[in-house]
Design a protein around this ligand. Structure first.
Ligand code: THU
Length: 143
């Protein structure tokens, strides 16, 4: 486990502190590592109309995009858990299916098989996007 990745995972754990999750009480943070070392974070944002909820990964990627940094994203860390237990589950918390599709957009735009570092109680486990979303549909599919 590298120090740089542990730092990114910690940024995801810290980001979960701003989660707005009054319905599930499941707090999630995401941290994006940009090509210049900068970290952009996001947390889940729930809604009384439950299905409107935005996941942490989606919030972070939308933040980066609206700041003109979409093409700079290289790696992602995710941490989740019930309030006070973020990153403490025995098994890694992996991105939901919709977020995998959102990450696919970044992977195609950057021609990078984005590593997704998923926090758990003893550190993190890294999955490549191609493992999380094999045979995915993305911008390259439209060519
Ligand atoms: N959640 C995320 O933020 N990211 C994921 O990849 C999985 C789920 C959020 C959505 C909802 O606010 C809460 O976790 C419980 O599903």
């Amino acid at each position: 486990m590298s120090d740089a990745t542990l730092n990114l995972v910690q940024a995801a754990i810290d980001a979960a502190k701003t989660a707005y999750a009054p319905y599930s009480n499941f707090h999630v943070g995401a941290a994006l590592l940009l090509d210049n070392g900068e970290i952009v974070t996001g947390s889940n944002f729930e809604n009384a109309s439950y299905g409107m909820t935005l996941c942490a990964e989606t919030v972070a990627i939308a933040k980066a995009s609206s700041d003109g940094k979409l093409r700079k994203i290289r790696e992602i860390a995710v941490a989740g858990g019930l309030e006070g237990r973020v990153g403490k589950a025995a098994d890694p918390i992996t991105p939901c299916g919709r977020c995998r599709q959102i990450i696919k957009e970044v992977a195609d735009l950057t021609s990078t098989d984005i590593p997704v570092h998923c926090a758990h109680a003893s550190g993190y486990e890294t999955f490549l996007l191609s493992e999380l979303l094999p045979h995915g549909f993305g911008p390259a599919s439209l060519k």
